[in-house]
Design a protein around this ligand. Structure first.
Ligand code: PMP
Ligand code: GLU
Length: 399
């Protein structure tokens, strides 16, 4: 069948494909431990969920303006402004509420890039970025920092990878899949480089609150922690999916200049219109009760920290030949497994298929994130399942 050139290079999301396969095998009765999808296993905090239920009962079930409920845009702007360590003023007109952070990223790529453009994508990357760039007609150009720096980028690598057609850079900190977190200074160096080159910086900050710093309640550095003068044209992307365990509610947002926000909104007005209204009511509750929100995040963060430590320690002890990037944020372990590649099993995809077949543990091949030597494990699941998963991997190797 002939499809349009729009989707000629499109492939389905690998993260979603593996977790769908894991669910299917489980439904068939297989004993599967699914560590593939990046999805917190907690329920949405009840006080947030109740706001949506109240909204539905109060008849908040119609359309909202395409860029979101005015009071939600206002609340997100206030929250960004209050938390900004760079003294930014954020107007509600700069905020576009979207159907998940995914749509904010897609809208930004579609609105800002096109045919002939190259977009730098910090690698290892979240699997959807290159596809989004491709859907916009542009070309992704992957750029990697040194492995021993957790692949984090500096202006040197960026400069070496860029050329006259470079129009943008997509960066994710804390990173999916590595868990690496840019310090304020590292982020500032990258932001100043993008500013000086006059290219768009799309900063995916969806895991910003999931960071294991020493000082409690501190978020990972984001663009708005820099001085406004350090940042050129930009789109900050964030949302509620990860930090409030709200993946199914589909609420994200883009924060940018009012002029760009207008375009993102116009694009959305012709595709999905507004994000689901009851979901916006729930997000509004979260953003208008920052102290309560912080307490809910802190509770989940404690569990993520414990799970990170126990999984990393179990891998170090029981599978010492596999190395891991020490994650400082998000909820993934990026594990280097190429020391196990041998005849008949030469890449991360085959490694993951074999492990799924023999142990029932579902992981995502690193090739989906731009590094075929690695696999990704999501530790957003129970302590018991994580312990059991490492036990199975180790015992299968011991024979
Ligand atoms: N960015 C990154 C780095 C992610 O891991 C995800 C996970 N889904 C998203 C964006 C999209 O988030 P959402 O579910 O809010 O669309
Ligand atoms: N972002 C998550 C992941 O990387 C959820 C799945 C997806 O949307 O890709 O696994």
């Amino acid at each position: 069948m002939d499809f349009s050139p729009n989707i000629q290079k499109l492939s389905p999301s690998a993260t979603i494909a593996v977790s769908t396969l894991a669910r299917k095998l489980k439904a068939q009765g297989r004993d599967i431990i699914n560590l593939s999808a990046g999805e917190p296993d907690f329920p949405t905090p009840d006080w947030i969920a109740q706001a949506a239920i109240r909204g539905i009962r109060d008849g908040r079930t119609g359309y909202t303006p395409a860029p979101g409920l005015p009071e939600l845009r206002e609340a997100v702007a206030r929250d960004m402004e209050t938390r900004s360590r760079g003294g930014w003023a954020v107007e509600p007109e700069s905020v576009v509420v979207t159907c998940g952070a995914k749509q904010a990223l897609f809208n930004a790529c579609f609105a800002l890039f096109g045919k002939g453009d190259q977009v730098l994508v910090a690698s290892p990357y979240w699997t959807s970025y290159p596809q989004m760039v491709g859907l916009a007609g542009a070309e992704a150009n992957f750029v990697k920092g040194p492995e021993e720096r957790g692949f984090k980028l500096s202006p040197e690598e960026l400069e070496a990878a860029s050329g006259p057609r470079t129009r943008g850079l997509i960066l994710c900190s804390p990173s999916n899949p590595t868990g690496a977190v840019y310090t304020r200074d590292e982020l500032a160096a990258v932001a100043r480089w993008a500013r000086d080159r006059g290219i768009w910086l799309i900063s995916d900050e969806i895991y910003r609150r999931i960071v294991f710093s020493e000082s409690e309640g501190e978020m990972a550095a984001g663009l708005m922690d820099l001085e406004p003068g350090e940042v050129g044209p930009h789109v900050v992307v964030d949302g509620v999916s990860k930090c409030f365990a709200m993946t199914g509610w589909r609420i994200g947002f883009a924060v940018t200049s009012p002029e760009v926000a207008d375009k993102l909104s116009a694009l959305q007005s012709h595709s999905t219109s507004n994000a689901a209204t009851p979901s916006q009511m729930a997000a509004l509750e979260a953003f208008t009760h920052p102290e309560r929100a912080d307490a809910s995040v802190a509770e989940m963060l404690e569990a993520f920290r414990r799970r990170r430590d126990l999984t990393a320690e179990a891998i170090r002890t029981r599978l010492p030949h596999l190395s891991i990037i020490e994650p400082q944020g998000a909820f993934y372990l990026f594990i280097r497994v190429d020391s196990e590649f041998q005849d008949g099993m030469a890449d991360s995809q085959e490694w993951c298929s074999q492990v799924l077949e023999e142990t029932g543990v579902a992981l995502v091949p690193g090739v989906a994130f731009g590094d075929d030597r690695y696999v990704r494990l999501s530790y957003a699941t129970s302590d018991d399942l994580l312990t059991e998963a490492v036990r199975r991997l180790a015992e299968e190797r011991e024979g």
